[in-house]
Design a protein around this ligand. Structure first.
Ligand code: HSE
Length: 307
């Protein structure tokens, strides 16, 4: 294969009670990436659309992920990776993950799929680490695998695809502010109180059980964050007002998407998500900061070829 064009979905990670261990793939929001074989042995990054990204392959998450994969496979061919960046960097919906996962998934397809999607994960994480300065898979895993995923363990890496009710949908508000994941992680420190850990474990178990059994009440009760939200929400203007608006309008839960500034409401159905999204947007508007509203189901597939 000399060329491939793919869709790399945006992702929502953490889902309140699953810091660094939960993530899901969205349906319609995402980047496009075109990878072409070139003569020679260079890896190059091109950009056709969107906010400026580093074009040096050693500084670009797609370039670093691609290099990790090609070195692992001992491939010295040249490739040009062209990115239409539609997920804004620093938005909290997996912009860097889409680039890192897209590069390794697309190359793997072009090379005749020598690795499984699970095996591609560490290469995608190597790219993602350039942006976040951390080793986390909760955006790259749902981007590669699709659906709703749990990172049960990082060492060794053990990623589980979860069952979930098919009627779930999300409303996402992306305020046009940039929060760098590395900085947002630095706010958290490296210790949490035992009582917060106990609350978080209970909710994580509850959420996964509720997803598996289709118990929307249990899902709703479990969407609480005792770890990151209390320390991060002050970076997001009108967070508490948006949360109240979402819950009053019937959302199952509301929280920060990844490290923010995007926020998500999990909803029962796409039409309710659109209605709840309007309520959240209404409560954010007085802030005067431009924003995007996305409403989407969870997509069972991750990255896919654009026909
Ligand atoms: N779990 C990561 C964090 C996701 O919250 O820092 C970053 O998108």
């Amino acid at each position: 294969m000399d060329m491939i064009r793919i869709f790399c979905p945006a992702t929502v990670s953490n889902l309140s009670c699953g810091f660094d261990v939960l993530g899901l793939a969205l349906e319609e929001v995402g980047d496009e990436m075109t990878i072409r074989r070139t003569s020679g042995s260079e890896l190059s990054i091109l950009q056709s659309e969107g906010p400026e990204i580093p074009l040096d392959p050693d500084q670009n998450v797609a370039g670093v992920a691609a290099r990790s994969l090609l070195d692992h496979l001992g491939i010295q061919d040249g490739f040009a990776i062209e990115i239409a960046k539609r997920i804004k960097p620093g938005s909290g919906i997996g912009s860097s993950a889409a680039s890192a996962a897209g590069a390794v998934w697309g190359l793997n397809q072009m090379l005749g799929t020598p690795l499984s999607n699970q095996e591609l994960l560490t290469h995608a994480m190597t790219g993602e680490a350039v942006a976040s300065n951390a080793w986390h898979a909760d955006n790259v895993a749902p981007c590669l695998l699709g659906g709703f995923v749990l990172i049960r363990s990082y060492d060794p890496l053990d990623v589980i695809q979860l069952s979930f009710p098919k009627d779930l949908a999300l409303a996402i508000i992306h305020p046009h502010l940039e929060i760098k994941t590395a900085e947002s992680r630095a706010r958290l420190g490296d210790k949490i109180l035992l009582k917060n850990a106990v609350a978080q474990w209970g909710n994580l178990g509850g959420l996964i059980s509720g997803l598996a059994s289709g118990d929307h009440g249990l899902i709703s009760r479990s969407l609480e964050d005792h770890v990151a939200e209390p320390l991060r929400k002050h970076q997001i203007p009108r967070f508490d007002a948006m949360k109240s608006a979402a819950i009053e309008a019937g959302a199952l839960g509301f929280g920060i998407s990844g490290s923010g500034p995007s926020v998500y409401a999990l909803c029962k159905g796409l039409d309710p998500a659109k209605e709840i999204g309007r309520h959240i947007a209404h409560s954010f508007e007085p802030q005067g900061i431009p924003f995007d509203l996305y409403c989407s189901r969870i997509h069972p597939e991750g990255i896919r070829i654009i026909p």
